[in-house]
Design a protein around this ligand. Structure first.
Ligand code: C2E
Ligand code: CA
Ligand code: CA
Length: 426
């Protein structure tokens, strides 16, 4: 987690205030939400306005893309509000783009820089909008192709798509701030031994209470974090929280217990992941941490398999999450020593009313048994679900029947209200 203070997500400028000046380093770009901005070049004689931007336009992205100094200045004409996009947010997307797209971006950028310097040298006066390509604003969103479209809407992008992009960027910036200011909250959902009814562990599920949006669904912000490198600090944060929780639970109840932590493929495949694991989790807690990875990770090739094996050698338990929904190859399961199979909740939801799902669920659990793996089922909402899974010899259950994800204090209270019991299935 970064210790530096987070940069603001929204910035406001007064009329006449300079947003950036020619020659400044390009540390961030802006999406103009409200107001009007003039882009101009200081020539030897007088400033030349090259464009006026309005709500929905992007400015300042050129210097961010190629890490060169600003080639033009920007000034607020009226009270103006902008969403800040960091250079990291942009560079991550460019780095992951198709090489052809990167080439096109570079070519366009060079062309725009050449045109800008030509304007600088000739001191020609340009009326606002007369050469829209000479700006620090994004051509695809607000540039020359725009014609008579409203601000921020190109031929290729509908207003709603554009709104979605802005909202996503804003959400990403807010999430960045939430990580830096330590405002993610770990929740814990009990995992119960179906034979003894005892809690044997918890799954850590992250929660985010955004000051402006309220609670944001993990389904939404985890996928945004996965698209960017934000999943790495989120993942590290989750591992630290899991380690602390394992320690605290242990102290209170004095019996073995495990914490399952979801590890995204991007985090798992990031360079130095196993070293990071070793740095965060002290050796005495490794046996209490289960790494939940999805089965599609197994299809990521040799690197994923090697990392899995290293984690196993280090002593971590591995659980294959959402089993039955991905594209795993059974031959990997034959080769790899995976500790648990976690049957996806969609099977549990349907198994009582759908004969073929019933058969599949039973078969997957039997397979886990035969391979000596711990069989886990998630999404158990009713006693009927639980009772049927018990007849299938499912070892561990998880779902609203036993408890929804809850804050640490509630998880601890639930745990201490149970009798002491040792389970060999962790
Ligand atoms: P998941 O790992 O499959 O987590 C189980 C999801 O099912 C959780 O949703 C949980 O609240 C929900 N659930 C549990 N019991 C029941 C039930 O009985 N019925 C129903 N309908 N749902 C149930 P949640 O917390 O919204 O998390 C969604 C996904 O976000 C997780 O799916 C996981 O993929 C991801 N996620 C959450 N926390 C983290 C994290 O710390 N790191 C990573 N990488 N991913 C996370
Ligand atoms: Ca999971
Ligand atoms: Ca799951």
């Amino acid at each position: 987690m970064s210790s530096s203070s987070p940069s603001p997500v929204i910035v406001q400028f007064q009329p006449g205030e300079l947003i950036f000046a020619t020659g400044d380093p390009g540390t961030e770009a802006y999406i103009l939400e409200i107001g009007q901005v003039e882009i101009f070049i200081d020539t030897q004689e007088q400033p030349v306005t090259i464009r006026c931007l309005g709500p929905g336009d992007v400015l300042g992205e050129m210097a961010v893309i190629d890490a060169a100094p600003r080639s033009a200045s920007a000034r607020a004409l009226v009270t103006t509000r902008c969403i800040v996009i960091s250079s990291q947010q942009i560079s991550e997307r460019i780095d992951e783009a198709d090489p052809v797209v990167r080439l096109v971006i570079n070519t366009l950028l060079n062309r725009m820089r050449t045109l800008t310097s030509r304007t600088d040298n000739t001191s020609e006066r340009h009326a606002p909008d007369d050469d829209a390509s000479l700006t620090e604003s994004t051509p695809s969103l607000s540039g020359a192709d725009q014609g008579d479209q409203p601000h921020g809407q190109s031929h290729y992008q509908s207003q709603s798509t554009y709104g979605d992009i802005i909202d996503k960027m804003r959400l990403e910036s807010e999430l960045r701030t939430a990580i830096a200011s330590d405002s993610l909250i770990p929740h814990y959902q009990p995992l119960v031994d179906l034979q003894t009814d005892q809690i044997v562990g918890f799954e850590l599920l992250v929660r985010w209470q955004s000051p402006s949006r309220g609670r944001v669904s993990p389904g939404l912000f985890i996928s945004i974090a996965e698209e960017t490198s934000l999943i790495i600090p989120v993942g590290d944060w989750a591992l630290k929280a899991a380690c602390q929780a394992a320690q605290s639970f242990q102290k209170e109840i004095n019996r073995p217990l495990f914490i399952s932590v979801n590890i995204s493929a991007k985090q798992f495949l990031s360079p130095g992941f196993t070293q990071q694991l070793a740095d965060i989790i002290p050796p005495q807690h490794i046996q209490h941490i289960k790494l939940e990875v999805t089965e599609s990770l197994l299809m990521e090739g040799d690197r994923a398999i090697q990392t899995l094996q290293t984690c196993r050698k280090m002593g971590f338990h591995i659980s294959l999450d959402d089993f039955g929904t991905g594209f795993s190859s059974l031959s990997y399961i034959a080769e790899l020593e995976i500790d648990s199979l976690k049957i996806d909740q969609s099977f549990v939801r349907k198994m009582l009313d759908h004969k073929r799902t019933f058969t599949l669920t039973k078969s997957m659990l039997a397979m886990a048994h035969e391979l000596g793996m711990v069989a886990i089922a998630e999404g158990i909402e009713t006693t009927k679900h639980r009772d049927l899974l018990k007849t299938f010899d499912c070892h561990i259950g998880q779902g609203y029947l036993f408890g929804a994800p809850m804050p640490f204090e509630d998880a601890l209270a639930l745990l201490t209200s149970q009798k002491w019991s040792v389970s060999s299935r962790i």
